[in-house]
Ligand binder design. Structure first.
Ligand SMILES: NC(=O)c1ccc[n+]([C@@H]2O[C@H](COP(=O)([O-])OP(=O)(O)OC[C@H]3O[C@@H](n4cnc5c(N)ncnc54)[C@H](O)[C@@H]3O)[C@@H](O)[C@H]2O)c1
Length: 362
């Protein structure tokens, strides 16, 4: 039996897409009963568009609403940590947009707060949801793909001055990073989702496309725990926007579709080494059940975990791994050295990845 969970969406930018893709199509699972935003025009237009009964500018008010099961934090990055802490302290389940927080120390604080709370915390990584990426993962997990050799991951997007007219963007204090933090974080998470953890990372980051504080071009080389190698590149100066992952395993080569914002969708190229491998893949995928895409995959999976008690589809530990990589990118670029992962509390950037030069300038 499924329970309809009541959701308060806080922040109506990307929050609108959470509603359109993740909640509205599943009335048997979710009911968005509250929208909270500081912007009157957004409150009014989204409230009307989705017939949301309660509209408020006060996050405090949301925290005190006894009937709300899930608080979905879709505010700018600098607000995530205090809002998630407050929501967990109020005993709510929490969904939080990326990045979960501004340092590994902050993520550890959130992990500790989740342990003490009645509520569960699910960071957003909606790119994991789509039949292409889910089929690739099923093939890898079934042991059919074999030994991982090499992967490439590209986030080649375009952002211009208009995008950076929104005041919180492009600044260390409020965006917390650039193309690594805001854009490539999804494709990098997908690569790890498929190829396993990174053990060491070398990177160069620079700002060449827009007049912003944070980086907009990145290249990197990762050594995976398995021994496989990955190259990663990301820019906000590509005239055609694509996201692309290509993964070479012993028995199968995978390539994602190139849709910039939904590379997890079907179709992926799945190229078997021979007919026997092709037959194993066919057998595995014969009765494939669509996974749902983007928020339409992740939100229902969260509902299932909450109501049936299974593991969360994305955990705070996943967000930690992703932000450890962000930290390592910046640290490597600053020091010109490889950075080993995972990062522990004695790492010089445990309390923040912001480059020393950017912190000194304030
Ligand atoms: N997962 C993804 O693909 C994806 C895509 C876009 C944005 N994001 C993330 O979502 C977050 C929001 O980004 P956005 O593009 O929607 O930004 P945005 O600026 O368009 O929207 C943020 C909204 O939050 C509201 N807000 C700010 N402070 C508030 C407060 N104290 N209480 C209530 N509302 C408040 C603002 O009024 C605004 O409407 C960021 O962390 C961003 O990185 C994720």
């Amino acid at each position: 039996m499924s329970k309809i969970l009541k959701v308060a969406v806080v922040g109506g930018g990307i929050g609108r897409f959470h509603i359109v893709e993740g909640y509205q199509p599943f009335p048997e699972l979710f009911e968005v009963t509250v929208l909270c935003d500081l912007d009157d025009a957004r409150l009014e237009s989204l409230g009307k568009e989705f017939s949301i009964p309660r509209l408020t500018k006060s996050f405090e008010e949301v925290l005190a609403m006894p009937d709300i099961d899930i608080i979905d934090v879709c505010t700018p990055p600098g607000l995530h940590k205090p809002m998630v802490l407050a929501a967990l302290a109020a005993g709510k389940h929490v969904i939080c947009e990326k990045p979960l927080a501004g340092s590994i120390a902050d993520v550890d604080e959130l992990i500790a707060a989740e342990k003490k709370s009645k509520g569960k915390l699910m960071p957003v990584f909606q790119y994991r949801y789509g039949d292409g990426v889910q089929k690739a993962r099923a093939i890898i997990e079934a042991g059919i793909a074999g030994k991982p050799y090499l992967g490439t991951v590209e986030t080649l997007w375009k952002r211009t001055a208009d995008y950076y007219a929104v005041p919180w963007r492009g600044k260390w204090a409020t965006e917390l990073g650039g193309v690594l933090m805001t854009h490539a974080i999804h494709a990098h998470d997908l690569m790890v989702y498929l190829m396993g953890p990174v053990t060491s990372l070398f990177a160069r980051v620079t700002t060449r496309v827009n007049a912003i504080e944070v980086e907009d071009c990145v290249s990197a080389s990762w050594l995976m725990e398995s021994g496989a190698l990955v190259t990663a590149s990301a820019t906000l100066g590509s005239q055609e926007e694509i996201s692309r992952l290509r993964l070479c395993f012993e028995n199968v080569t995978f390539e994602s579709n190139h849709e910039a914002y939904s590379p997890g969708d079907d179709p992926w190229q799945i190229i078997p080494a021979n007919e026997a491998i092709a037959a194993r893949i066919d057998a595995l995928l014969r009765n494939w059940k669509p996974s749902g895409r983007r928020y339409g995959g992740q939100m229902p999976a969260f509902h299932a975990a909450l109501t049936a008690g299974g593991p969360l589809p994305v955990t705070a530990a996943d967000a930690r791994r992703s932000l450890e990589m962000v930290t390592a990118f910046y640290h490597s670029s600053e020091t010109g050295r490889d950075v080993g992962l995972p990062l522990s509390a004695d790492h010089p950037k445990y309390h923040g990845w912001r480059p020393a030069a950017a912190s000194a300038a304030e």
